[in-house]
Design a protein around this ligand. Structure first.
Ligand code: IMP
Ligand code: MG
Length: 190
């Protein structure tokens, strides 16, 4: 995956040299999101899942995924911050914004942008399970290969990524680049 990367088109959104190459194109994302939506539609037939996006990175993925699911879904949002620095999560998580919905008896699908160490997710999973949800599954757009410190049971995964730090399609560096329509390597300084 680290050769012949498509160049980043000049969108006006990035200073020269900050983005290394496109790892996942807009078209590849669209195709995969449709597949994930179809799979969830099949798996949750007759149910009304609650999609829980983890802010802020998952907001773009959530919007597209929800529209690719042909069921009466509901959406809710949660914001968390993990203690530690920007590139290494510690696993200690603080809830900055909690859900508005009661989870009792609900089929919850946690929608995440990227699973790196998996520590944030394993905290979230434990937290949501304690609220009497009927089921809790995870739909992650990206999983970074070989980095997970905790074994994750991920029901739905968009793409597996090499170690590169990436931005776009919701993912940021210092708040920037969430509005790129593709996923690109970030090679600038954070
Ligand atoms: P984990 O707890 O180590 O799995 O951290 C996952 C979180 O770190 C994600 O939800 C992102 O917010 C952030 N993150 C990890 N890798 C990247 C990246 O390459 N780009 C942008 N954010 C990232
Ligand atoms: Mg995040």
């Amino acid at each position: 995956m680290d050769h012949d990367l498509p160049n980043v088109p000049s969108t006006g959104k990035a200073p020269d040299g900050e983005l290394g190459g496109i790892l996942v194109t807009e078209e590849q994302i669209a195709v995969r999101v449709r597949e994930l939506g179809a799979q969830i539609t099949e798996d949750y037939a007759g149910k009304n899942p609650l999609l829980v996006a983890v802010l802020r990175g998952a907001y773009v993925f959530m919007a597209d995924l929800a529209r690719a699911i042909d069921l009466q879904v509901e959406v809710d949002f949660m914001a968390v911050s993990s203690y530690g620095n920007s590139t290494n999560s510690s696993g200690v998580v603080r809830i900055l914004k909690d859900l508005d919905e009661d989870l009792e008896g609900r089929h919850v699908i946690v929608v995440e942008d990227i699973i790196d160490s998996g520590l944030t997710l394993s905290y979230l999973r434990r937290n949501l399970k304690n609220r009497s949800a009927a089921s809790v599954e995870v739909c992650a757009l990206l999983v970074r290969e070989g980095r997970q410190k905790v074994d994750q049971d991920l029901a739905y995964v968009g793409f597996e990524l090499p170690p590169d730090f990436v931005v776009g399609y919701g993912l940021d560096v210092s708040g920037k680049y969430r509005n790129l329509p593709f996923i690109a390597q970030f090679v600038g300084s954070a």
